[in-house]
Ligand binder design. Structure first.
Ligand code: ATP
Ligand code: MG
Length: 178
Protein backbone atom coordinates (compact mmCIF):
# COMPACT_ATOMS: atom_id res chain seq x y z
CA UNK A 1 0.00 0.00 0.00
CA UNK A 2 0.84 3.68 0.24
CA UNK A 3 1.24 5.79 3.34
CA UNK A 4 1.55 9.50 3.98
CA UNK A 5 3.62 10.19 7.07
CA UNK A 6 2.37 13.75 7.44
CA UNK A 7 -1.23 12.59 7.54
CA UNK A 8 -0.29 9.76 9.92
CA UNK A 9 1.62 12.12 12.22
CA UNK A 10 -1.34 14.51 12.24
CA UNK A 11 -3.81 11.84 13.21
CA UNK A 12 -1.58 10.36 15.93
CA UNK A 13 -1.05 13.83 17.39
CA UNK A 14 -4.80 14.48 17.30
CA UNK A 15 -5.40 11.15 19.00
CA UNK A 16 -2.93 11.83 21.82
CA UNK A 17 -3.63 15.55 22.06
CA UNK A 18 -5.98 15.33 25.03
CA UNK A 19 -3.56 13.14 26.97
CA UNK A 20 -0.84 15.73 26.38
CA UNK A 21 -3.08 18.68 27.18
CA UNK A 22 -4.15 17.21 30.50
CA UNK A 23 -0.51 17.40 31.57
CA UNK A 24 0.23 20.74 29.98
CA UNK A 25 2.54 19.11 27.44
CA UNK A 26 2.86 20.92 24.13
CA UNK A 27 2.76 18.41 21.28
CA UNK A 28 3.96 20.04 18.08
CA UNK A 29 4.21 18.88 14.47
CA UNK A 30 6.76 20.38 12.13
CA UNK A 31 6.67 19.27 8.49
CA UNK A 32 7.22 20.57 4.97
CA UNK A 33 4.04 21.68 3.16
CA UNK A 34 4.10 18.68 0.92
CA UNK A 35 5.32 15.25 1.99
CA UNK A 36 5.22 12.51 -0.66
CA UNK A 37 3.54 9.18 -0.01
CA UNK A 38 5.84 6.25 0.63
CA UNK A 39 5.34 2.58 -0.10
CA UNK A 40 4.17 1.13 3.19
CA UNK A 41 1.36 0.05 5.45
CA UNK A 42 -0.46 3.04 6.94
CA UNK A 43 -1.81 1.05 9.91
CA UNK A 44 1.61 -0.29 10.82
CA UNK A 45 3.26 3.10 10.47
CA UNK A 46 0.51 4.62 12.61
CA UNK A 47 1.38 2.06 15.28
CA UNK A 48 5.05 3.07 15.06
CA UNK A 49 4.31 6.72 15.58
CA UNK A 50 1.79 5.99 18.30
CA UNK A 51 4.39 4.04 20.27
CA UNK A 52 7.06 6.73 19.88
CA UNK A 53 4.77 9.61 20.85
CA UNK A 54 3.27 7.57 23.68
CA UNK A 55 6.76 7.03 25.08
CA UNK A 56 7.69 10.69 24.67
CA UNK A 57 4.59 11.72 26.64
CA UNK A 58 4.92 8.97 29.21
CA UNK A 59 8.52 9.81 30.09
CA UNK A 60 8.15 13.61 29.98
CA UNK A 61 7.44 15.84 32.92
CA UNK A 62 4.32 17.99 32.89
CA UNK A 63 4.55 21.23 30.85
CA UNK A 64 7.32 19.80 28.65
CA UNK A 65 7.59 20.06 24.87
CA UNK A 66 7.30 17.06 22.55
CA UNK A 67 8.02 17.62 18.88
CA UNK A 68 7.34 15.44 15.87
CA UNK A 69 9.44 16.57 12.94
CA UNK A 70 9.29 15.34 9.36
CA UNK A 71 11.96 16.04 6.78
CA UNK A 72 12.94 14.85 3.35
CA UNK A 73 16.35 13.24 2.97
CA UNK A 74 18.17 13.53 -0.33
CA UNK A 75 20.48 11.03 -1.89
CA UNK A 76 23.92 11.90 -0.44
CA UNK A 77 22.67 11.49 3.11
CA UNK A 78 21.48 7.95 2.39
CA UNK A 79 24.96 6.50 2.20
CA UNK A 80 25.83 7.92 5.58
CA UNK A 81 22.57 6.57 6.99
CA UNK A 82 23.24 3.14 5.53
CA UNK A 83 19.80 2.93 3.98
CA UNK A 84 19.09 0.48 1.19
CA UNK A 85 20.21 1.73 -2.19
CA UNK A 86 17.84 1.09 -5.05
CA UNK A 87 18.09 1.72 -8.75
CA UNK A 88 18.22 5.37 -9.67
CA UNK A 89 18.28 8.09 -7.06
CA UNK A 90 16.52 6.95 -3.92
CA UNK A 91 15.60 9.26 -1.12
CA UNK A 92 14.01 8.85 2.28
CA UNK A 93 11.74 10.53 4.78
CA UNK A 94 12.98 11.14 8.30
CA UNK A 95 10.56 11.38 11.18
CA UNK A 96 11.85 12.39 14.61
CA UNK A 97 10.07 12.36 17.93
CA UNK A 98 11.91 14.60 20.37
CA UNK A 99 11.27 14.92 24.09
CA UNK A 100 12.70 16.73 27.08
CA UNK A 101 12.38 13.68 29.31
CA UNK A 102 14.94 12.01 31.59
CA UNK A 103 17.06 10.65 28.75
CA UNK A 104 18.48 7.15 28.53
CA UNK A 105 21.97 6.09 29.62
CA UNK A 106 24.23 5.09 26.75
CA UNK A 107 24.57 1.44 27.81
CA UNK A 108 20.83 0.87 27.55
CA UNK A 109 20.30 2.31 24.09
CA UNK A 110 21.34 -0.77 22.04
CA UNK A 111 18.93 -2.95 24.04
CA UNK A 112 15.79 -0.77 24.00
CA UNK A 113 14.26 -2.60 21.04
CA UNK A 114 14.53 -6.02 22.72
CA UNK A 115 11.19 -7.40 23.77
CA UNK A 116 10.34 -6.65 27.42
CA UNK A 117 13.51 -4.60 27.91
CA UNK A 118 12.92 -1.64 30.18
CA UNK A 119 15.46 0.68 31.68
CA UNK A 120 15.59 -0.35 35.29
CA UNK A 121 14.54 2.73 37.12
CA UNK A 122 11.70 3.58 39.43
CA UNK A 123 10.24 5.85 36.80
CA UNK A 124 9.55 3.30 34.08
CA UNK A 125 8.30 0.77 36.65
CA UNK A 126 5.69 3.05 38.11
CA UNK A 127 4.58 4.05 34.59
CA UNK A 128 3.24 0.64 33.65
CA UNK A 129 3.55 -0.91 30.20
CA UNK A 130 5.11 -4.13 29.04
CA UNK A 131 8.30 -3.10 27.30
CA UNK A 132 7.05 -4.20 23.88
CA UNK A 133 6.51 -0.83 22.22
CA UNK A 134 9.97 -0.31 20.77
CA UNK A 135 10.31 -3.99 19.78
CA UNK A 136 7.20 -3.53 17.64
CA UNK A 137 8.55 -0.25 16.24
CA UNK A 138 11.81 -1.94 15.23
CA UNK A 139 10.00 -4.88 13.64
CA UNK A 140 7.74 -2.66 11.53
CA UNK A 141 10.57 -0.36 10.46
CA UNK A 142 12.64 -3.36 9.38
CA UNK A 143 9.72 -4.65 7.33
CA UNK A 144 9.69 -1.28 5.56
CA UNK A 145 13.45 -1.49 4.98
CA UNK A 146 13.92 1.59 7.12
CA UNK A 147 16.11 2.44 10.03
CA UNK A 148 15.63 3.49 13.66
CA UNK A 149 18.14 5.80 15.31
CA UNK A 150 18.09 6.70 19.00
CA UNK A 151 19.91 9.69 20.42
CA UNK A 152 19.66 10.58 24.06
CA UNK A 153 21.35 12.70 26.68
CA UNK A 154 20.74 11.92 30.34
CA UNK A 155 18.90 14.74 32.01
CA UNK A 156 18.13 16.46 28.70
CA UNK A 157 15.93 14.22 26.61
CA UNK A 158 15.73 11.78 23.73
CA UNK A 159 15.23 11.80 19.99
CA UNK A 160 13.86 8.73 18.22
CA UNK A 161 14.26 9.04 14.45
CA UNK A 162 12.94 6.68 11.83
CA UNK A 163 14.16 6.79 8.23
CA UNK A 164 11.89 5.28 5.61
CA UNK A 165 12.86 4.90 1.96
CA UNK A 166 10.70 6.55 -0.70
CA UNK A 167 10.18 5.10 -4.14
CA UNK A 168 13.31 5.09 -6.21
CA UNK A 169 13.28 7.63 -8.99
CA UNK A 170 13.66 6.33 -12.53
CA UNK A 171 17.30 5.81 -13.46
CA UNK A 172 18.93 8.67 -15.33
CA UNK A 173 19.20 7.97 -19.09
CA UNK A 174 22.53 6.52 -20.12
CA UNK A 175 24.87 9.00 -21.78
CA UNK A 176 24.73 8.79 -25.54
CA UNK A 177 27.92 7.39 -27.09
CA UNK A 178 29.39 9.59 -29.80
P1 ATP B 1 4.99 -0.39 26.37
O1 ATP B 1 5.47 0.44 25.20
O2 ATP B 1 4.90 -1.82 26.04
O3 ATP B 1 3.76 0.19 26.99
P2 ATP B 1 7.41 0.61 27.56
O4 ATP B 1 7.08 2.00 27.12
O5 ATP B 1 8.06 0.44 28.87
O6 ATP B 1 6.10 -0.30 27.53
P3 ATP B 1 9.07 0.47 25.20
O7 ATP B 1 8.22 1.47 24.51
O8 ATP B 1 9.56 -0.70 24.41
O9 ATP B 1 8.34 -0.12 26.48
O10 ATP B 1 10.34 1.21 25.79
C1 ATP B 1 11.35 0.44 26.46
C2 ATP B 1 12.00 1.24 27.55
O11 ATP B 1 12.77 2.29 26.96
C3 ATP B 1 11.04 1.95 28.48
O12 ATP B 1 10.62 1.12 29.52
C4 ATP B 1 11.88 3.10 29.01
O13 ATP B 1 12.72 2.63 30.05
C5 ATP B 1 12.76 3.43 27.81
N1 ATP B 1 12.23 4.55 27.00
C6 ATP B 1 11.50 4.46 25.87
N2 ATP B 1 11.20 5.66 25.37
C7 ATP B 1 11.76 6.56 26.20
C8 ATP B 1 11.81 8.00 26.24
N3 ATP B 1 11.22 8.74 25.29
N4 ATP B 1 12.49 8.59 27.26
C9 ATP B 1 13.09 7.83 28.21
N5 ATP B 1 13.07 6.47 28.23
C10 ATP B 1 12.42 5.85 27.25
MG1 MG C 1 6.34 2.30 25.11
Amino acid sequence: GRANLKRIAGSVIDGLGLKAKERGIVLRLSAPDSVPDIPGDADELTQVLQNLVDNALKYSRDQALVTVELSLITEPALLRLNLPQQRGAPAAIALSVRDQGPGIAREHIPRLTERFYRVDNARSREMGGTGLGLAIVKHIINRHRGRLEIQSVLGQGSVFTIYLPMDSLPAAPAPVAS
